[in-house]
Design a protein around this ligand. Structure first.
Ligand SMILES: [Zn+2]
Length: 472
């Protein structure tokens, strides 16, 4: 008997709203009676789903920046989520959690070295938390190109999840994953999610009102339509934001729990997750991908670079913002490499391994000393440490949330400007070179179409705040 298997994947993520100078999330009145949206979503979604053991039964990823907040805010729920993956890992040798590229950067828009950093940081973060290597990686907004897939495969990642329209052929077999062949003879598995059902659970509340009906009326028929002459096992993947279950739609954590605990089995379906499926099935079908595509913009990745119909306002501020921050990133890199080259033999490696300092696994001085060509003076050490902190902020400026919404005058785009100001401040402290004038004149052209607020105003305001680096 061929087995009819399905997996629900939840992408758990929130835009980072912490003030980068204080690490504190400002009060968000819309989230009342909670102080901010993270706290509210914790109560409506992360906590109840952890209590119901749902994280053990779905496939999921939690964005590293959200995980880091959760770890501090609610260590119990955080620990529950980890242990629910670890239970599967202990039992089957493969976990159901997957990693995510670190800062939620739209990777096809990033430089090659940024893609590498984001992927390596995401893997290191995952290992730090879950205690084992990840098999899969979630790409922010599922945005993809061949270079990204090659980097994933080179880092030992076996699979990723994509939207069906990201395949370069129509008429996909919706019941099995595909192998994507990569330059150099490597390959990676792509699980394409079921488009209709993923859309329905996300946007039609009625579809998830009753788990028994969902299993029989929505899920089961997908197999019947596609398996008439096909004796093989089938795997169907349904994907949404994880916050759907309890936050976007109240009580859907209960729907999820019942679907996975009884309703699907009663309908003759088995719930699983991609890593476990790959353990017992080979992936034979091959396919190519459409580069520079994503799951939440039907215009490629235009949503994060300029105007597209996803955000109907005048979106010209987005392209100017991206241009300005690309220029700033290049200038920050020049300062970093010029400054550390005399002392550090592998500055790229230092930057990539800085994640272990960010995660608290090692002291920054120890990492720098390991990669230093000779013993550094305390002044030189301080310079390198400030530049590494500047590079950390430089990665944050490409957080996709800065471009996702229709207007510049809201917290997410203003936060990327705050990160930019902080990167400039740190680089200035380290080297004496001030990138502020150039950045300010670039950002002058980033204007909110709604309120007229300009990015250079936000930048200047941030630079004028009093702040002292916490570096020994
Ligand atoms: Zn779009």
């Amino acid at each position: 008997m061929p087995i009819k298997t399905f997996s629900i994947h939840g992408h758990f993520y929130q835009p980072p709203r912490e003030d980068p100078l204080t690490g504190i999330i400002p009060d968000e009145p819309g989230a009342a009676p909670y102080n901010n949206w993270n706290e509210r979503i914790l109560d409506e979604c992360y906590l109840p789903n952890a209590r119901l053991n749902n994280f053990q039964k779905i496939s999921f990823n939690v964005g590293p920046t959200l995980f880091s907040w959760l770890e501090g805010q609610d260590p119990h729920t955080y620990g529950e989520i980890l242990s629910q993956d670890q239970a599967n890992y202990g039992r089957y040798g493969v976990g159901n959690a997957i990693a995510q590229a670190y800062n939620h950067t739209i990777l096809p828009l990033a430089s090659s070295s940024d893609k590498r950093i984001q992927i390596k940081w995401g893997i290191a973060d995952f290992i730090h938390r879950f205690g084992h290597t990840p098999q899969g990686m979630w790409l922010p907004k599922t945005a993809v190109d061949y270079e990204v897939l090659s980097l994933l495969a080179n880092q030992g990642i076996e699979y990723t999840i994509l939207a069906p329209w990201q395949a370069d052929e129509d008429g996909l077999d919706p019941t099995a994953p595909y192998r994507v062949l990569l330059p150099g003879g490597n390959s990676i598995v792509a699980f394409f999610y079921n488009r209709d059902l993923s859309t329905r659970i996300s946007f039609t509340a009625d579809a998830t009102a009753n788990a028994d009906q969902f299993a029989i009326d929505e899920l089961y028929p997908i197999y019947q339509r596609t398996s008439a002459d096909n004796p093989a096992d089938q795997f169907i993947l349904v994907v949404s934001d994880g916050e759907l279950y309890g936050h976007h739609q109240p009580f859907r954590e209960l729907f999820l729990s019942h679907l996975l605990d009884g309703a699907s089995a009663a309908a003759g379906l088995r719930s699983s997750y991609p890593g476990l499926w790959l353990k017992t099935h080979t992936v034979e079908q091959t396919i190519g991908i459409r580069e520079r595509t994503s799951w939440s913009c039907h215009h490629g990745v235009a949503r994060w670079t300029g105007e597209c119909a996803c955000t109907p306002h005048d979106g010209r501020w987005k392209s100017t913002l991206r241009y300005s921050l690309n220029r700033l990133a290049a200038a920050l890199d020049s300062l970093y490499f010029e400054s550390v080259y005399p002392w550090i033999t592998k500055p790229r490696s230092l930057r990539e391994r800085y994640i272990h300092v960010m995660l608290g696994e090692m002291k920054a001085e120890r990492l720098v000393s390991e990669l230093a060509a000779r013993t550094l003076t305390s002044q030189q050490m301080r310079q390198v440490l400030l530049l590494l902190e500047s590079q950390r902020e430089r990665q944050r400026i490409f957080t996709s949330c800065g471009w996702f919404f229709e207007d510049f005058d809201r917290i997410e785009p203003k936060n990327v400007i705050t990160y930019a100001a902080q990167a400039v401040r740190l680089a200035h402290l380290a080297t004496g070179d001030d990138l502020a004038p150039q950045t300010r004149s670039d950002l002058h052209h980033v204007v909110s179409p709604v309120t007229g607020l300009r990015a250079d105003q936000v930048f200047t305001q941030q630079l004028e705040r009093q702040w002292e680096p916490q570096i020994d």
